[in-house]
Design a protein around this ligand. Structure first.
Ligand code: NAP
Ligand code: MG
Length: 394
């Protein structure tokens, strides 16, 4: 069989643990037999990040900016125990944080819905797409432990100062930032996406408590909407709706879904896990980082599935769900196909996704999905699941 040709490479970012194992199996069984894959490979596995002093992450981000489409495997964000486990010279930053800051993008996460898989919230009949601002806030915050007491003061460029807190004993402090430019791009990305898919856009913050920081987000969204998008939204029959984050949570729970839920960085991190769980599992969600100038990085929304990896290392066959990682690849292949005018590459991405969904619909799935499946499902290992998908693709 003749393999599908590519013209521009996809920037491929390898990762860690169980997802790294799946990464290579997915390529081997589902992609390489059909596509003459052109990829620029960057190993973001923790040992190589240590070896390159994390330069590999920065290089990968630059390559995505240059070529336009990347696909990323889940990676370990080191904490104190990882520093020991991997004998690290320092606690390297989250690669996702580095790449997101570099691309200044918005992360859109949408559930992968499958016939037969129950949604835990019976009222959510339509998917909820989370749009997560991927720049700044606590993800590029500066923190410190104050061991003795004393005042921590913020100094502004105009020379003015504000006391954060005058400590009388030990405590912790955190400072974070965002920029008008990034918030404006975030607002535009969300509004463009809403027009693209013709869905209502909701945005929320805590402007009553955070009268300058969160209020700035609210004001910028409002200005962008009024000045640039209002007429197009009205023509498309969709709405933009702002409310407080707590009110939004309550309304979303009571809704039928169907909206794009734009969230600040931290809110989006947390809420996307809730939405993913309701729609099936963390492994049943697509995630794409879109920069304001149209660069795309596709990834899975879940982590490296450490618990399964330790079992794998002991020789056990695990039932780790590869769907989100496969859909990261199909997202990247489809986008590359669209950008390069390669219809057969985009068609292949569609066929691979359909093979995945058909496999689950037929009752064959990884064990994480069984509790949500209506009917007699068969829980299989990752290997068996990938083989079942491959046999539908062939
Ligand atoms: P995780 O890897 O997402 O796994 C948490 C649990 O969720 C797993 O133990 C598993 O539950 C379930 N799960 C997640 N993905 C699954 C899948 N594909 N198939 C089946 N079950 C799945 O989160 P974590 O354990 O908190 O984090 C592990 C590492 O991943 C950390 O080092 C963290 O830094 C990193 N991380 C990376 C990213 C990223 O690169 N995008 C995101 C989040 C976390 P059971 O064990 O109950 O089966
Ligand atoms: Mg998260």
């Amino acid at each position: 069989m003749k393999k599908i040709a590519m013209t521009t490479p996809i920037v491929e970012l390898d990762g860690d643990e169980m997802t790294r194992i799946l990464w290579h199996q997915i390529k081997e069984k589902l992609i390489l037999p059909y596509v003459d894959l052109k990829s620029l490979y960057f190993d973001l596995g923790l040992p190589n990040r240590e070896k390159t002093k994390d330069a590999v992450t920065v290089e990968a981000a630059e390559a995505i900016k240059k070529y336009g489409v990347g696909v990323k495997c889940a990676t370990i964000t080191p904490n104190a125990s990882r520093v020991k486990e991997y004998n690290l010279s320092q606690m390297w930053k989250s690669p996702n944080g580095t790449i997101r800051s570099s691309l200044d993008g918005t992360v859109f996460r949408a559930p992968i819905m499958v016939k037969g898989l129950k949604v835990l919230m019976p009222t959510w009949t339509k998917p909820i797409v989370i749009a997560r601002h991927a720049y700044g806030d606590v993800y590029s915050g500066v923190e410190g432990y104050v061991p003795e007491g004393g005042a921590v003061v913020l100094k502004f460029p105009d020379g003015s100062e504000k006391t954060v807190f005058d400590f009388k004993g030990p405590g912790v402090v955190q400072a974070m930032h965002n920029t008008d430019k990034s918030i404006t791009s975030f607002a535009r990305s969300c509004m463009n996406y809403a027009l693209d898919v013709k869905k209502d856009l909701w945005f929320n913050a805590k402007d009553t408590i955070s009268k300058i920081y969160d209020h700035r987000f609210k004001d910028i969204f409002n200005e962008v909407y009024e000045n640039e998008y209002k007429e197009r939204f009205e023509a498309a029959g969709i709405t933009y709706f702002y409310t407080l984050i707590d009110d939004a949570v309550s309304r979303i729970m009571k809704s039928n879904g169907g909206m794009i839920w734009a969230c600040k960085n931290y809110d989006g991190d947390v809420m996307s896990d809730m939405v993913a769980t309701v729609f099936g599992s963390l492994a049943m969600m697509t995630s794409v980082l879109v920069s304001p100038d149209g660069k795309y990085e596709y990834e899975a929304a879940h982590g490296t599935v450490t618990r399964h990896y330790y079992k794998y290392l002991q020789g056990e066959k695990t039932s780790t769900n590869p769907i989100a990682t496969i859909f990261a690849w199909t997202g990247a292949l489809r986008k590359r196909g669209e950008m390069d005018g390669l219809a057969d590459l985009s068609d292949f991405a569609d066929r691979l996704e359909k093979a995945c969904l058909d496999t689950i619909e037929s009752g064959v799935m990884t064990k994480d999905l069984l509790p949500n499946y209506d009917g007699e499902g068969k829980g299989v290992t990752s290997d068996e699941f990938l083989d079942a998908i491959a046999s539908r693709l062939a």
